[in-house]
Design a protein around this ligand. Structure first.
Ligand code: GLN
Length: 317
């Protein structure tokens, strides 16, 4: 049985948590001023550099938020966690014949290792790895888009929908992703037309989420693979543990070591400024602030989660 948060730590009063989140927000959101917002259509909230939110949801469903926690933005690379989960549901660990489990030490959209390593991406959380995961889903799932969007909907309790403005921008900016697709295809590691693989990937990156719904969605990983909203198994406990291991070591690209050092729990970032994480046995968590650091991770989001980890003793390490 999934354990309750109280089994792992003394219960924290709800009002204390609300105050703590507000204090963490006050202390970290100004760091956004030093970051760069990824080039995004100006009508998207994720183009607004002053947006900030923090959400913490426990396994009993108690939700604590501060800031713009209910404002929608494109999920971007955070979707790679749900795409990986869907692929593991369909093909299990055979997936790892096609994609590795090592940190890349390179930017998320780098082509460099792909040629040296015969078209096998280092891990499922860099773009090349997510494209391979999409290719696997195109084979294995009846409706590959729904395999991921439906899963996300089940985990958040909200129907997941694509933001068309984000989708147009993703399609337009996908040259590098196409290049990766073709390179992997030349090594036999992409089986479907590259256009189909990239189209699935960019649609998934354009799903709308909020800080609150991502914190909710992360909880199955904190709950031995079981969706706390419905009680339905999503992944077996060993596979959920392995997704956590991949998030801890590879979820924030070439900053994963620093994130593990500072936060000490698994997380995954995206270029719209979200960092989603989970603390096994306790919480799903998400911070959102659009300006990014040089590695493509939310600058204030990372600081907020670092502070939260220290205040609530969230590090697993
Ligand atoms: N849509 C983005 C891309 O493929 C997602 C990258 C990210 O969030 N790191 O380039």
């Amino acid at each position: 049985m999934p354990s309750s948060p109280a089994a792992h730590s003394a219960p924290i009063e709800s009002s204390d948590l609300e105050a703590l989140l507000a204090d963490v927000a006050d202390r970290s959101r100004h760091l956004a001023e030093e970051g760069e917002v990824e080039d995004q259509p100006e009508e998207l909230p994720s183009a607004e550099s002053t947006r900030f939110a923090l959400a913490l949801v426990d396994l009993d469903g108690n939700e604590h938020v501060t800031g713009d926690a209910d404002l929608g933005f494109a999920i971007q690379s955070v979707v790679k966690v749900f795409a990986l989960t869907a692929a593991l549901q369909h093909v299990g660990e055979d997936l790892f014949d096609r994609v590795g489990r090592e940190p890349s030490g390179d930017p998320f959209n780098s082509l460099v290792q792909l040629e040296q390593e015969q078209g096998i991406p280092r891990n499922p959380f860099i773009n090349a790895g997510a494209l391979t995961v999409c290719d696997v889903l195109l084979d294995a799932a009846d409706d590959p888009y729904d395999a991921v969007a439906g899963l996300l909907g089940d985990l958040t309790g909200d129907e997941a929908a694509v933001n068309d403005t984000a989708l147009d921008a993703e399609r337009e900016g996908s040259s590098l992703n196409r290049a990766m697709g073709h390179l992997m295809q030349s090594f036999g590691n992409v089986h479907h037309p590259v256009d189909d693989v990239v189209e699935l990937y960019v649609r998934l990156c354009s799903l709308t989420v909020t800080t609150r719904t991502l914190a909710r969605a992360a909880r199955f990983l904190a709950n031995e693979g079981v969706n706390p909203l419905t009680g339905a198994p999503v992944l077996s406990e060993p596979l959920a543990r392995r997704v956590n291991a991949l998030m801890l070591t590879c979820g924030t690209y070439d900053a994963a070591g620093q994130f593990a050092y500072d936060l000490g729990f698994p997380c995954k970032s995206g270029v719209a400024g979200a960092v989603m994480g989970d603390v096994p046995g306790r919480f799903g968590v998400c911070a959102w602030s659009p300006p990014l650091d040089e590695k493509g991770n939310s600058r204030a989001g990372r600081a907020a989660l670092h502070l939260l980890s220290e205040r609530l003793d969230l590090s697993l390490l």
